[in-house]
Design a protein around this ligand. Structure first.
Ligand code: SAH
Length: 219
């Protein structure tokens, strides 16, 4: 890519952060900083590089999508991360959300069920020199028990109900963000789950549209 096209993409990214995040109420400085830095165009298929900073999801192959920038920013802000947070992501997909998390915390764990997508994401992590991302191929609804508990868990595929195994792997005081299917017409809501001494608190954030959280692994 030429220097000129890199500059244009950087300007588009600045604009994405301003118009799609700040102006819509995402104002956590560490999230904005990460989204200003991570080159989203590396995480989309080559034919979509021109669309990488647009306000929407994009197809990444295997019937999956890279989430809309606003959704990535807003979900990350709701996790209330600190540099010491231990975070688990379910659904690596393109790896974009993983990279955003990796800019904020020391180490990110991410699980993907489709082998080809995970291999591609791992290649991009290497190219961009993210050494603090640990990935695993498998069913993320089972979590990553050897590394539990986590301070924050973000699920980037829609579950039919609150994934109990993931709640178990959440630290007391920890937060999980998960899209949950509601009703019979494919509606989904983004849910924030906080684990407290008294039990689980759930809060509905806003309607979303994610691919389904599936339970079988595809190698
Ligand atoms: N965070 C990703 C979202 C990708 S779409 C991004 O922004 O690019 C959701 C991803 O979840 C898909 O790649 C899909 O294969 C994966 N997925 C679905 N069910 C899963 C499961 N049970 N375990 C792990 N990954 C799963």
């Amino acid at each position: 890519m030429t220097d000129d096209s890199e500059t244009i993409l950087t300007l588009r990214r600045e604009r994405m952060v301003l118009e799609q995040l700040e102006q819509r109420g995402v104002n956590d400085p560490q999230v904005l900083g990460a989204m200003r830095k991570v080159p989203r165009h590396f995480f989309v298929p080559v034919e979509f590089v021109e669309d990488a900073y647009k306000d929407g999801p994009l197809a990444i192959g295997e019937g999956q999508t890279i989430s809309q920038p606003y959704v990535v920013g807003s979900m990350t802000a709701h996790l209330h991360l600190t540099p010491d947070s231990k975070v688990l992501e379910i659904g690596t997909g393109s790896g974009y959300q993983t990279a955003i998390l990796a800019e904020i915390v020391k180490v990110v764990y991410s699980i993907e069920r489709i082998g080809t997508l995970l291999a591609q994401a791992n290649q991009i992590f290497q190219k961009l020199k993210y050494e603090n991302i640990k990935t695993r191929l498998g069913d993320g609804s089972l979590g990553w028990p050897e590394e539990a508990p986590f301070d924050a868990i973000v699920v980037t595929a829609a579950a039919k109900s609150i994934p109990e195994k993931l709640v178990e792997q959440l630290h007391l005081g920890g937060v999980m963000i998960v899209p949950i299917e509601r009703g019979i017409h494919g509606q989904q809501e983004l849910i924030k789950i906080s684990k407290t001494k008294e039990g689980i608190e759930t809060k509905s954030l806003y309607p979303v549209r994610f691919v389904q959280l599936k339970s079988d692994t595809v190698n």
